[in-house]
Design a protein around this ligand. Sequence first.
Ligand SMILES: Nc1ncnc2c1ncn2[C@@H]1O[C@H](COP(=O)(O)OP(=O)(O)OP(=O)(O)O)[C@@H](O)[C@H]1O
Length: 234
Amino acid sequence: MSVLLLKNVSIAVSEKIVLEDVNMSVEKNDVVFLLGPNGAGKTTLLRALVGFPGYNIVSGRIFFEGEDITNTSMETRVSKGIAIAHQIPPKLMGVRVRQLLEALCHKNKCDVYEIADDLGILHLLDREFGKGFSGGELKRVEIATLLAQKPKLALIDEPDSGVDVDSIEIVAKAIKKVIELSPYKSAIIVTHSALISRYIEPTKVCIIASKAIRACNGKELIDEVFKHGFRELA
Ligand SMILES: Nc1ncnc2c1ncn2[C@@H]1O[C@H](COP(=O)(O)OP(=O)(O)OP(=O)(O)O)[C@@H](O)[C@H]1O
């Protein structure tokens, strides 16, 4: 049984079809890197998978742990163990980082101090979530919330963009921990630079372009993309 299985999935945002007939699977121990040109639909795919409002599955089916979750809400999918770390997290007005992490850790039995220390965000705990954060701070806080969710399947959108060389190591260590804590040891990671591959080895690299998954292969696909671009693969 696949952890996640997409069968001919088409996704619309604001009534515009962004992805058509996407077929893909994530198996146990799969760490899938998703690459593709700007605007290809990588964020759309991750958001639709977690059931984010406004990202509509217009046809096809999504299965998680063998169960059809196509028509379930974001709340249901999160409770089943799917979690997302956004590229640009939605701001949570009036909610402090500590409050959010405490709520998640209360539910998932984790230690807020340990997570905040791991991600070097102890000084951000009493700030409003996302308000006035630098790009790197936002990324660390977002990964902290992912760690506190202990998801079965983590969907991680561009953890390595806008992050300095020291921070990427901290973020990557936390992502590794998220994967280790998952019973399936699997995740989907969107990346442009593949910088994250210095720390986390993908088992599968997939290219999303021209509204669908165009190729999936081993780590060597990253080198091909950097050598030839996406045009030959799209
Ligand atoms: N709310 C929206 N309304 C209209 N179009 C949208 C909306 N959200 C996304 N899109 C469009 O869907 C397409 C895919 O966007 P998406 O953010 O998924 O791409 P991406 O592959 O993640 O891009 P990038 O690499 O630049 O982050 C784009 O053309 C984008 O303009």
